[in-house]
Design a protein around this ligand. Structure first.
Ligand SMILES: Cc1cc2nc3c(=O)[nH]c(=O)nc-3n(C[C@H](O)[C@H](O)[C@H](O)COP(=O)(O)O)c2cc1C
Length: 352
C-alpha cells in the first residue's frame, strides 16, 4: 500500500505526494471578494502539498455568508486569483478552487442591497453570524422558488469557468458544513414538496445539477466534492444520512469525478461508508496526524489524507511529516483576522 509520500495520478495531474491541504476559510479578501496579495504568498508557501484546495469561494454575490471571503464571479476576483494560481504553480504546486453558496448561513448585511438569504426552506439557523459589523442573529431565509433553483445550480458552472480562467487546476464542490448543497440534502433543513425536496433523489437534485454544471466546463477529471455528513455545525441533523450518502456515492461514481473528500466530523462513519461505495479516488479528512494518516493509507481505507489545521502553522507540512520534524502550533485567534499575522508569517522548518 502507498505511503503519504508516494505520488498519485488525479485526472490529468500527478500529485507528488498524498498530503492534501484542506480548504480553509482565512478571510483575507477585500469587501469585493478579491483575494489580497498576501493570499498568493500564503498559498505559495504551501505549494509542496500534493494538492491544495482553496478556501471556500462564493459562486455569486448572494452566496456570501461571511465577512472578507473571496468570490469567483467578477473579473477583479478572477485577476486576484490568477496571482494566487501563478504563485502556486511557480512554486511547483497544484490548486483546486472550492466553490460554495452559503444559503441560509448568510445574513442580509453581507448580501447585495441587504437581501434576505435564500435556502431550500424558510427555516433559520439558531445562533449568530460573527461578521465584521459584530454578531448578527441568523434570519429566516427565503425558500427558493422551484424555477430559481436550476439558476443557482448553474452559478457553480459559471464560477468553475472563472476558476479555470484564473488558472486553477480544478474545482471542488463544497457540499459539506451545512452550506447550500448540504442544506438541500438534509431532511431537517429541506422541507420542500417540489422536485428539490422530499425523496432522497429530489434532495440530491440541486447538488447533482451543481456538480454537472461544473463537469460541463471543467471535465469530470478536474472536479472533486467535499462532504461532512452529520457535522455538528450550522444545525445539520441529517436524520437519514445512512440512506442519502450511499445513494450520493452511486451518483458521483457514475459521473467519474476526480475525487470524493469525506470529512469525519459528526455521527456518521463517512470513511467506512463512502470508501467502498465510491468508485473513484477517496480523500479522508478531519482529525489526522501523520501516524493516523499513514494507517489509513496502509489499510487501503483512503487514497490521500487531507490535513487542515496542521497546514496553518506548518507551511512545509509534507517535509515536516516525511522527516519527522516537530509541528508548530497555530493560533486560532488569527484564523479569520486581517493581514499577515498568523497567516503568511509561519516559517518553514530550518534546513539542516
Ligand atoms: C480556519 C478553518 C477554516 C475552514 N474553512 C473551511 C472551508 O472554507 N471549507 C471547508 O470545506 N472546510 C473548512 N474547514 C474545515 C477543514 O477543511 C477540515 O475539514 C477540518 O479543519 C478538519 O480537518 P483537520 O482536523 O485536519 O483540521 C475549515 C477549518 C478551519 C480550521
Amino acid at each position: 500500500m502507498p505511503s503519504l509520500f508516494d505520488p498519485l495520478v488525479l485526472g490529468p495531474l500527478t500529485l507528488p505526494n498524498r498530503v492534501v491541504m484542506a480548504p480553509m476559510t482565512r478571510s483575507r479578501a477585500d469587501d469585493a471578494g478579491v483575494p489580497a496579495d498576501i493570499v498568493a504568498e500564503y498559498y505559495a508557501q504551501r505549494a509542496t502539498a500534493g494538492l491544495i484546495v482553496s478556501e471556500a469561494t462564493c459562486v455569486s454575490p448572494m452566496a456570501k455568508g461571511y465577512s472578507r471571503i473571496p468570490g469567483l464571479h467578477s473579473p477583479a476576483q478572477v485577476e486576484g486569483w490568477r496571482k494566487v494560481t501563478q504563485a502556486v504553480h511557480a512554486g511547483g504546486g497544484r490548486i483546486f478552487a472550492q466553490l460554495f453558496h452559503t444559503g441560509r448561513v448568510a445574513v442580509p448585511a453581507l448580501l447585495p442591497g441587504g437581501a434576505q438569504p435564500v435556502a431550500p426552506s424558510a427555516i433559520a439557523i439558531n445562533g449568530k453570524n460573527y461578521t465584521d459589523l459584530g454578531p448578527i442573529d441568523y434570519v429566516v431565509p427565503r425558500a427558493l422558488e422551484t424555477d430559481e433553483v436550476p439558476d443557482v445550480a448553474a452559478e457553480f458552472g459559471a464560477a468553475a469557468k472563472h476558476a479555470l480562467e484564473a488558472g486553477f487546476d480544478g474545482v471542488e464542490l463544497h457540499a459539506a458544513s451545512g452550506y447550500l448543497a448540504h442544506q438541500f440534502l438534509d431532511a431537517s433543513i429541506n422541507q420542500r414538496t417540489d422536485r428539490y425536496g422530499g425523496s432522497v433523489a429530489n434532495r440530491m437534485r440541486f447538488l447533482l445539477e451543481a456538480i454537472d454544471s461544473m463537469i460541463d466546463v471543467a471535465g469530470a477529471g478536474r472536479v472533486g466534492i467535499k462532504i461532512s455528513p452529520r457535522i455538528k455545525f450550522n444545525d445539520v441533523a441529517e436524520p437519514d444520512a445512512e440512506v442519502v450518502y450511499p445513494a450520493l456515492a452511486r451518483e458521483l461514481s457514475a459521473r467519474k469525478i476526480a475525487y470524493l473528500h469525506g470529512a469525519h466530523q459528526g455521527g456518521y462513519e463517512v470513511h467506512a461508508h463512502m470508501r467502498p461505495a465510491f468508485g473513484g479516488l477517496y480523500f479522508a479528512g478531519a482529525g489526522f496526524d501523520k501516524a493516523k494518516g499513514e494507517a489509513m493509507l496502509e489499510a487501503g481505507a483512503s487514497d490521500t489524507v487531507v490535513f487542515g489545521k496542521h497546514f496553518i502553522a506548518n507551511p512545509d507540512l509534507p517535509r515536516r511529516m516525511r522527516d519527522n520534524i516537530a509541528l508548530a502550533e497555530g493560533d486560532s485567534k488569527t484564523h479569520y483576522s486581517k493581514g499577515p499575522a498568523g497567516y503568511c508569517d509561519y516559517p518553514a522548518a530550518p534546513q539542516v
